[in-house]
Design a protein around this ligand. Structure first.
Ligand SMILES: [Ca+2]
Length: 219
């Protein structure tokens, strides 16, 4: 029996990767915000829609000519919300909002692991409207714009809501792939074993980077 052990450094992507010659140093990891919109055409839900032509899905359809618009002649018009299901838990780093004239003055961006319990990852009471790029920090499968106070008397109208995740924290830029370094972090590290067959098969030989040597246990 023999064993050669290789361990890749998985998890956080290093900012030094932007330099093609820089090594992956997992101990100096910095998360990178990916550029793939994780929300695009994912299942959407809202507290209500102004009418059938402005559904929740229109905020996540990559089409600026369509929009989600909330009902504004109802009680609770200020607390309307729209959300998207990313399909899996993601580490979130940025949300962009393209508001129509009816924008949110006070609102939160919230995330949720289960679609039931929500955590604010951004709060403002001075929303400027227009095209907002919002840096966030948190994780979740569901992301919601939770309205608090409308800027006008016409509810909330969102042409687009894009959600970006952090590359290398379990899932890559919208692909679901894990970003894994190529460095063998087990190389020549201290090794122990439950048993060793003989002096030529000690456990350190499993992590010496040499395929010609091996660890072998007692039989
Ligand atoms: Ca749209």
């Amino acid at each position: 029996m023999g064993l050669s052990l290789l361990l890749g450094a998985c998890g956080s992507q290093n900012s030094a990767l932007n330099s093609p010659t820089a090594p992956l140093l997992s101990s100096q990891a910095t998360n990178v915000c990916a550029t793939t919109d994780l929300a695009a055409n994912h299942p959407a839900l809202s507290s209500g829609d102004e009418f059938s032509g402005t559904p929740a899905s229109a905020a996540f359809d990559n089409n600026l000519t369509t929009r989600w618009s909330s009902p504004f002649t109802v009680p609770g018009a200020d607390s309307q919300w729209v959300q998207v299901d990313l399909g899996s838990v993601q580490s979130l780093c940025q949300v962009t909002l393209q508001w129509e004239a009816a924008y949110g003055k006070s609102f939160e961006i919230q995330s949720s692991l289960d679609g039931a319990s929500w955590t604010p990852i951004y709060t403002t009471t001075t929303g400027p409207g227009g095209n907002q790029t919002i840096d966030v920090s948190g994780s979740g499968r569901y992301v919601r714009m939770q309205g608090v106070k409308c800027a006008t008397g016409y509810g909330y109208s969102l042409s687009s809501m894009l959600v970006y995740g952090t590359a290398g924290t379990g899932t890559g830029p919208g692909t679901g792939t894990t970003i894994c370094g190529t460095e063998n972090v087990a190389l020549n590290k201290p090794a122990t074993a439950s048993s060793t067959e003989n002096v030529a098969t000690t456990p350190d030989l499993a992590v010496d980077g040499n395929a010609a040597t091996r660890w072998s246990p007692t039989t």
